[in-house]
Design a protein around this ligand. Structure first.
Ligand code: TZP
Ligand code: MG
Length: 242
């Protein structure tokens, strides 16, 4: 089990060019955070995920609100094998027990983060913080591995009335954790969120519903690369040091 945890915690930087490195809590995750689409056919789900993994997302989250426990376990295991082969860390939404060997993401209704942290201290726990700064502060204090905010834009994937703003990303830089932006994010609207500090943009529809999902995923990678190149040239030019 320990080996599984370690291998699931390998992560890398951006896209296809990233190098495998062992997970280290201080390491900054950065790039595209893919989340699995609603897909009732397990084989099709795996095929769709396998098609985009060559883009090298920073993380993949298994999210399935519809399947029963048996199917969720089967799918999570199959995704874990695909992700291990691609060196992409897998996160499981909602179910930290299922995620125990994999990684977990906790939402508002998934239990108390500090309690899960005590039960499973080696899990990387992400926390959904919606539009709520106080929740992000509490999650950070409880040892969250990242904090997620959203929805930033109208999304057809999830019914939500919570609406986050880029200011929340700026305000939470001081937490020192990767900030995830989610909700209606597309290649065309993501750049301001990355500029506001989002280390990760979490996406379902704009990749999985695209005509060419792998191409779409690589376009997100290019946004992060462009931002990094801009930051580096700003530093070189002495315009910006942070
Ligand atoms: N949480 C907030 S919005 C959302 C989730 C899971 C859905 C994101 O999906 P999409 O298709 O990228 O808008
Ligand atoms: Mg949840």
């Amino acid at each position: 089990m320990d080996d599984d945890v370690v291998s699931a915690r390998q992560c890398r930087g951006i896209g296809d060019t990233g190098q495998r490195r062992p997970y280290n809590a201080a390491m900054t995750l950065r790039g595209l955070y893919l989340i699995t689409p609603d897909e009732d056919d397990s084989d099709r789900l795996l095929t769709r995920v396998a098609a985009v993994l060559p883009a090298g997302p920073a993380l993949l989250q298994y999210r399935n609100k519809r399947a029963d426990a048996v199917r969720r376990r089967d799918e999570a295991r199959a995704l874990k094998a695909l992700c291990d082969a691609a060196s992409v860390p897998l996160i499981v939404n909602d179910d930290w027990r299922l995620a125990l060997e994999i990684g977990a993401h906790l939402g508002e209704d998934d239990g108390d983060l500090a309690e899960v942290q005590r039960s499973a201290p080696r899990l990387m726990l992400g926390a959904s913080c919606y539009d709520d700064l106080a929740r992000a502060e509490t999650a950070a204090a409880a040892g969250a591995g990242y904090v997620a905010f959203g929805a930033f834009f109208r999304t057809r994937t999830k019914t939500t009335t919570r609406r986050a703003s880029p200011d929340l990303l700026r305000e939470t830089a001081r937490l020192g954790l990767p900030r995830v932006a989610i909700g209606g994010i597309t290649v065309d609207n993501a750049a301001p969120l990355i500029a506001a500090g989002a280390e990760l943009v979490a996406v379902i529809g704009a990749v999985f519903d695209a005509a060419h999902p792998l191409v779409a995923a690589r376009r997100f990678n290019a946004l992060f690369e462009a931002r990094r190149a801009g930051d580096e040239s700003d530093v070189t030019d002495g315009r910006r040091a942070s």
